[in-house]
Design a protein around this ligand. Structure first.
Ligand code: FES
Length: 240
């Protein structure tokens, strides 16, 4: 819904509480943050929280130029308070080279949690370098997806609470089929990055195409993002 176009004074709207797909683990022994460009926004808030809690952290922050970096004065103040925690990389000061994540993520440090928010190339490198880290220790946030979504193939979906079964056709998403069937389902991005449409899977194996679930969550097949994911089995039963 485009609220600014359609809402009128006195209209009633139903809202849900905000979701947090990039949750700070406040009791981690140490937190390692990797931020690129605008990706510093959530990370700055997380660092402020850890400062308040007096927890250990370090930041690796990259920006194309120093001028385009946000919160530099704030991070300089944090460095003055306790040095060695903020590592800033400006691409133009390194001949255009981007920040190398391998020395930062080469080895898992016990008790640490790792966070990344930034451009897609940085996130992909982070995912690949932390792939062998313990489950739940690496966290990332994307703002959008540049992965093309497939709507190929057709399969049956049973919406268990609704008591309806429908066929999801090629070119149609499960989300669209659910709305057409009358299900009350939340959604936002429709490209598998926000997590709003997360739905519990009762039976069947999803073909996950989202960028929200972790590797372990995908393998468990207990939940799926119905705006973009499909089915590996002829039928899915969903808790809708
Ligand atoms: S609506 Fe955002 S993940 Fe499905």
């Amino acid at each position: 819904m485009t609220a600014h176009r359609t809402l009128q004074v006195g209209d009633e709207v139903r809202i849900r509480p905000p979701r947090n797909n990039f949750q700070l683990i406040e009791n981690a022994e140490h937190s390692v943050f990797i931020a690129g460009g605008i990706g510093i926004t959530p990370i700055f808030a997380m660092i402020q929280r850890l400062e308040k809690l007096k927890r250990s952290w370090e930041l690796h922050y990259s920006s194309p130029t120093r001028r385009r970096a946000a919160f530099l004065a704030e991070f300089e103040a944090l460095e003055e308070k306790e040095g060695g925690r903020v590592h800033f990389h400006s691409d133009d000061e390194h001949g255009g080279s981007i920040m190398d994540l391998r020395p930062i993520l080469g080895t898992y440090r016990a008790g640490s949690h790792y966070y990344c928010c930034g451009p897609s190339g940085m996130i992909e490198t982070f995912e690949s370098l932390t792939g062998g880290f313990p489950a739940g220790s690496a966290h990332l946030e994307r703002f959008s997806s540049d992965v093309p979504l497939s709507t190929a193939g057709s399969f049956e979906v049973e919406f268990r609470r609704l008591g309806k079964s429908v066929r999801v056709h090629e070119g149609e998403t499960i989300l669209q089929a659910a709305i057409n069937a009358g299900a009350d389902v939340a959604f936002s991005c429709e490209e598998g990055v926000c997590g709003s449409c997360e739905t519990a899977v009762i039976e069947g194996i999803p073909d996950h195409q989202d960028l929200v679930l972790s590797k372990h969550e995908r393998e468990a097949n207990r939940k799926m993002m119905i705006c973009c994911s499909r089915s590996k089995t002829p039928k899915l039963v969903l808790d809708l």
